[in-house]
Design a protein around this ligand. Structure first.
Ligand SMILES: Nc1ncnc2c1ncn2[C@@H]1O[C@H](COP(=O)(O)OP(=O)(O)OP(=O)(O)O)[C@@H](O)[C@H]1O
Length: 608
């Protein structure tokens, strides 16, 4: 991906500002002092609307009980001992109709309010995340997988949808409807009403039994499930190695063991909770409520404690007392899921961005890159670069070579400010990269790394990503220089072929496409880290030659493992454990007879 292209997605700039105390500290999303932010903080922007939605929802829940109450009253009016009361019967019927209409309107109002709030919340969160991602150090993206970002920006925000749009309303209805029924039943016969509550109390008790040790069991469930998933992922990822080395049976066994452990745990868990949860389910079911209402009603009537007609309301409304409790358990799960998502979203939003210089400085001589006293470590314990002084001049190619792990890629990535130095400075055109506006920085530096990222669009648009207005001649010239033009012409639709669709490219071809893209971006500084490593030696040499020709007026920093491809570089820098151990031209370094000369002899021997 070219720097110029990335510039569009970034707004701000330097973190790790240990060297630069004047620069403001990174502005991660604020957190309440002492308390980790949670779901409540995330929902704060829509809290008012959610509360406003609860009012019509509560009224709708009352209205949902009114038709049952009306039917009960209708029965009592028609079956009254003094004969049918026609006026009361009609009043009950009309009340039922009015309540049904009101319920419809109120539900729509409440649902509209929460869905509106949900849409705003999602939009706001997605914008915040996109803005925040654009301000994170580029290095953050090398350490955090796109899967994690997708989970937060996509899945976690979607999880919040159910919570915001539905859960508050479901909980309100699940509480208000039974309370309405209970209040009415208390007015009919308070003794029978208390008896009708028995299934609810029993159900709660059994439910509590079923859930005992819930946190511990849930923890074990996820741990066990995690082991199964890890075994599957390991098996699938390593399938080629596993097969090639004939270890299929062993890899299978790891998966079998994890699956067996999970099966044993799950069986024990289900066995231990099945009885209690089934009993809870039965106690809270409609038939149990009916059974209690009719049995208690029969007793009351036969004992002369109540009129037969007063049993009707209990038969009609008894099931409503318990019907919504199981739904409440589901809502509990939704809240738990929402809290988990909120935690992840907050973690992402709390990642410190690179601070942007308050007053960005203008650029001096474009293309001049100076590293002075550069020290850097990914953590506080290990120093990867231990004092680098280096000048990359416009019009020259500088090659970084050295053993694996000597810090070449780290050094190259400090130029486009993937991270900030721990000490020292990186200057472009005389200005510290921390003092440059990020858009300016990415106009100055393009980079191509070993694993180029191509977008699922036409080859042409992939090449002109950084300069969408570039004409076809310019695109083709860049492709020619990167030695990929001929290959593109052989694609089914040439430059209009779509990557991943009818443009299926090898690793080396993708890299050359990325090089073409970087060339077209035309930044004064070009950083290439193993950018042609997948290419065969012949085309790698050809691309490197083309790049050298293009170096006129540009500053090139090249990392290549094959020394033959950089022997013509103007300046070769040998890194050893984070320090420059030798530097000079190919011939100078060979004459020196040091590390470079040994590496060269070794690679020449290999080549023979
Ligand atoms: N993102 C990272 N987080 C933590 N440590 C890292 C990270 N990237 C590299 N390192 C460590 O920093 C050291 C230097 O790595 P670097 O990739 O810069 O070396 P290199 O010379 O480019 O190696 P190679 O030639 O194998 O690519 C290594 O010890 C590596 O493990």
């Amino acid at each position: 991906m070219t720097g110029a292209a990335l510039a569009d997605t970034r707004e701000d700039t330097p973190d790790n500002n240990r060297d630069n105390p004047d620069t403001p500290t990174p502005t991660a999303e604020p957190e309440a002092a002492g308390k980790p932010p949670g779901l409540g903080d995330l929902l704060a922007p829509v809290r008012g609307r959610l509360l406003a939605a609860v009012v019509p929802q509560a009224a709708a829940a009352v209205c949902s009980m009114v038709p049952f109450i009306a039917v009960a009253e209708l029965a009592r009016a028609l079956l009254a001992s003094g004969g049918p009361d026609e006026g009361r019967a009609w009043a009950a019927a009309w009340t039922a109709v009015a309540a049904l209409v009101a319920r419809l309107v109120l539900y729509a109002l409440a649902g509209g309010l929460t869905h509106h709030a949900d849409a705003d919340l999602q939009l706001g969160l997605r914008r915040r995340i996109a803005r925040h991602l654009g301000r994170l150090p580029l290095g953050w993206f090398t350490e955090n997988s796109s899967g994690e970002v997708k989970k937060a920006a996509g899945d976690d925000i979607s999880t919040l949808h159910h919570l915001v749009a539905h859960t508050a309303l479901e909980v309100t209805a699940a509480v208000v409807a039974p309370v309405t029924a209970l209040v009415y039943l208390l007015t009919v016969d308070w003794r029978l009403a208390l008896v009708a509550l028995l299934p609810l109390l029993l159900g709660f008790w059994f439910f509590k039994q079923a859930m005992s040790g819930g946190d511990e069991v849930t923890g074990r469930f996820f741990a066990s499930m995690g082991r199964v998933n890890a075994a599957v992922v390991e098996f699938v990822h390593g399938i080629t190695v596993v097969k090639a080395y004939g270890r299929t049976a062993r890899a299978h066994r790891a998966y079998d063991d994890a699956a067996d452990d999970f099966a044993v745990f799950f069986r024990d868990w289900i066995m231990s909770t099945t009885r209690a949860s089934s009993a809870a389910g039965f106690a809270l079911s409609g038939p149990a409520a009916l059974l209690v209402a009719t049995a208690a009603g029969t007793l009351f009537v036969t004992q002369g404690w109540a009129d037969a007609v007063d049993i009707v309301p209990f038969v009609l409304l008894g099931p409503a007392l318990t019907g919504s409790v199981m739904g409440l358990a589901q809502s509990g799960h939704a809240v738990q899921g929402g809290m988990e998502s909120a935690r992840r979203l907050h973690a992402l939003l709390a990642t410190p961005p690179l601070p942007e210089a308050p007053a960005p400085q203008p650029l001096g001589q474009p293309g001049l890159v100076e590293l002075s006293g550069v020290r850097f470590g990914y953590d506080d314990t290990t120093e990867v670069l231990a004092g680098i002084d280096l000048t990359l001049r416009p019009g020259t190619v500088t090659a970084l070579v050295g053993a694996s792990g000597s810090g070449k890629s780290t050094l190259a990535r400090l130029v486009p400010r993937f991270w900030d130095v721990t000490a020292g400075s990186v200057r472009i055109g005389g200005t510290d990269v921390r003092e440059l506006a990020s858009a300016e920085l990415y106009r100055q530096v393009s980079f191509v790394f070993q694993d180029p990222h191509l977008l699922r669009t036409t080859v042409r648009d992939n090449i002109r990503l950084a300069r969408p207005d570039a004409d076809d001649t310019a695109v083709e010239a860049a492709a020619r220089s990167a030695r990929i033009h001929e290959r593109i012409l052989r694609l089914p639709r040439g430059y209009d072929s779509v990557v991943g669709d009818d443009a299926v490219l090898s690793g080396g071809e993708s890299q050359r496409l990325a090089v073409a893209r970087a060339l077209l971006a035309d930044a004064p500084v070009l950083v290439l880290d193993e950018a042609t490593s997948f290419a065969d030696p012949e085309s790698e040499a050809a691309v490197q030659q083309a790049l050298s020709a293009l170096a006129a007026g540009r500053t090139l920093l090249v990392i290549a493992h094959r020394l033959a491809t950089v022997r013509d570089a103007d300046h070769i820098v040998v890194l050893d454990e984070g320090r420059v151990s030798e530097q000079g031209t190919h011939d100078e370094l060979l004459n020196l007879g040091g590390r470079y000369a040994r590496m060269w002899a070794l690679q020449k021997g290999d080549a023979r």
